[in-house]
Design a binder for this molecule. Sequence first.
Ligand code: COA
Length: 180
Amino acid sequence: MTSLAWERRFETALTPAELEEITALLQRAFPGHPGGIRRGWSGERPELRLLGRDRGRLVAHIGILRRFIRVRATDAAVLAADVGLVCVDPEQQRGGLGRALMERAAAEFVALGVEFGTLTTGEDRVGFYQAVGWVRAATPVLHAIDLDNAVEGFTGPLMYRAVSGAPWPEGELERNGREI
Ligand SMILES: CC(C)(COP(=O)(O)OP(=O)(O)OC[C@H]1O[C@@H](n2cnc3c(N)ncnc32)[C@H](O)[C@@H]1OP(=O)(O)O)[C@@H](O)C(=O)NCCC(=O)NCCS
């Protein structure tokens, strides 16, 4: 497997050239993204990104945004690193880079001091996340904001990765924002 060089870039530190590279990779990896790929993002802009480079070429990317996931019935909240725009260059998929990316992200969650990693995805991607150590939540509904800025009750796959040992919250949850 190719071994990548990793960069950790907060959003305000990205250069225009890096945003161009990220946009090009996302457009290759997400040709049918429902929100469309704009300059390096689709829904919420991340707080930071992990960039994996193979001999200088950007081939792996994840966006991370710390936010609270709130239990609707009790107002209890957990701090999560919500992730999105997870991708590997189509020419290098199924070669272990996605696993390396998610391992790097898990180490980053510890550095960020969050209790969980979280993400929403489609049914066809659940197997990948389970293979790299994520768990599908039994959450009945995740109240969120959709890509058109309307309130949505998301009932698709919500996945989490435990970081701190805290129990995953039960019941209807709130992510008062859009997916990354
Ligand atoms: C999803 C994605 C990041 C996976 O990256 P990858 O480099 O192909 O993944 P890896 O080769 O490291 O695979 C890791 C494990 O996941 C499994 N896996 C990979 N893609 C899978 C899929 N679509 N369904 C089920 N399992 C999958 C692999 O078999 C492997 O398991 P194993 O190690 O037990 O054999 C990549 O396919 C991609 O960029 N897809 C397009 C963008 C996308 O859909 N991103 C997810 C958005 S939610």
